[in-house]
Write a protein that binds this ligand. Structure first.
Ligand code: C5P
Length: 412
């Protein structure tokens, strides 16, 4: 997860009805957690199991976790019209099959429909009820040409494939074919339903503080946690962008699908960003970059000298990364941040001109550093707009929508 606020707290799937299908495989044990995560995120979950899945986990467990009766047979007598395969998908926003076994994928690829789960996948209204699969199988089964052929066919039939991951397998082998974990599947489901406002765009983001070493054990840094920048990276990725995140020293997990480059100093951040910037459509400078660094780095730890005279440091100015990107001949759409303690609007407007960027986001430094909530003030040439207090991912999604709408009218 993003480490900011979980989907559950934000109810990212509120109002969504999901048919969760289980086919046979040891990864069925993860479906219990997945059901919980989906329900916590606000979804209603209707579980449907194949006969093989029932060998790995009981319907009772999934019924208790989803708070709904589980369907296991197309001959289920509970449906008045005897058409469970039709009824189950008519209200569904998506069908997610997790785990999807090699056999189940083969069945779907050929349009088989001789048990309830494959039958309902075939009978679903394809235009408004998308199908997502989380494959789970031994690496040889996954790599087999037959499975890869079925996979290509399923993709051609507009099926979304989540994962699989590589790693240790229940059989003792190591390789591709592990089902994604429940929290990863939840993040992918949440992302699936987000508007694709940045589809095909490339977004470069800086986040976190920088650390400017004084000696081998000390340095100058600040209280930025990186949470806002990481939330923007996640929101941009959810919106369909290819995201590169250049992160200072922070303790945050990388959002799913985001390419991360770790750096420590402002100079390293500059050197990672500048060559990459022109290949991106958007640059969001969220990082709290140290303005100054010690002019010289002491090779050894600076010791107390006994005469109570404090050591003196000479400081030298760090490169301004945002201003440097904004000066590029082929510059991306640049978004800067202004963390202030007062006079937000005045400082943000001043920064808009000084850095020559089309959009500055003002926020109050003491009220945001390290916190999960924030409030933003968007300032551009046309005026200003407030995004009131919310968790950082919610704000990041709103900001991504604002950037996307400006991007369509932007010329570099
Ligand atoms: O220069 P100042 O700190 O007032 O502006 C903040 C904005 O500029 C932020 O977007 C920050 O990421 C960016 N910045 C930068 N490189 C610096 C200093 C700030 O990219 N050396």
């Amino acid at each position: 997860m993003d480490g900011v606020v979980t989907g559950g707290e934000r109810q990212d799937l509120a109002g969504k009805h999901i048919v969760l299908g289980l086919s046979g495989g040891i990864a069925c044990y993860k479906a219990a957690d997945l059901t919980r995560e989906l329900v916590k995120a606000g979804a209603t979950v209707q579980v449907v199991m194949t006969e093989a899945a029932e060998h790995f986990i009981t319907a009772t467990t999934l019924q208790a976790l989803s708070n709904r009766k589980v369907y296991t047979s197309q001959w289920d007598a509970r449906e008045p019209n005897s058409m469970a395969h039709i009824n189950l998908t008519r209200e569904a926003d998506a069908v997610l099959v997790a785990p999807a076994s090699a056999d189940f994928m083969a069945r779907l690829a050929t349009g088989r429909a001789d048990e309830l789960l494959s039958l309902l996948c075939l009978a679903r209204p394809i235009e408004r009820c998308p199908l997502l699969l989380a494959p789970a199988m031994n690496r040889e089964m996954w790599a087999h040409p037959a499975t890869q052929r079925n996979l290509a066919q399923l993709r051609a039939d507009r099926t979304t494939i989540l994962g699989p991951a590589a790693g240790d397998q229940a059989c003792g082998e190591i390789g591709d074919g592990r089902m994604l974990e429940a929290d990863e599947l939840l993040a992918d489901m949440v992302a699936f339903f987000q508007p694709k406002a940045l589809l095909g765009r490339r977004v470069l983001i800086t986040a976190g503080p920088t650390f400017e070493p004084i000696d081998p054990v000390r340095g100058i840094t600040n209280l930025s946690s990186g949470k806002m920048g990481f939330a923007i990276a996640r929101a941009a990725q959810e919106a369909g962008a290819q995201v590169t995140l250049v992160a200072g020293p922070v303790h945050l997990p990388t959002p799913r699908g985001v390419r991360r480059i770790d750096v420590r100093t402002a100079q390293q951040m500059h050197d990672a960003v500048l060559p990459a910037a022109a290949q991106h459509d958007v640059f969001v400078a969220t990082a709290a970059v140290a303005d100054w660094r010690p002019a010289t780095l002491s090779e050894q730890k600076i010791k107390k000298n006994g005469n109570k005279v404090a050591p003196a440091f000479e400081l030298t100015e760090n490169p301004d990364i945002l201003a440097a990107v904004a000066r590029l001949p082929k510059r991306p759409f640049c978004v800067g941040f202004a963390a202030e303690s007062h006079d937000l609007l005045k400082h943000a407007r001043e920064k808009l001109e000084r850095k020559n960027v089309p959009l500055i986001i003002g926020n109050l430094g003491p009220a945001t550093f390290g916190r999960d909530d924030n409030a933003l003030l968007l300032v551009d040439a046309r005026g200003q707009r407030e995004l009131p207090t919310a968790d950082k991912l919610t704000l990041a999604r709103q900001l991504v929508a604002e950037i996307a709408s400006r991007l369509s009218s932007h010329t570099a």
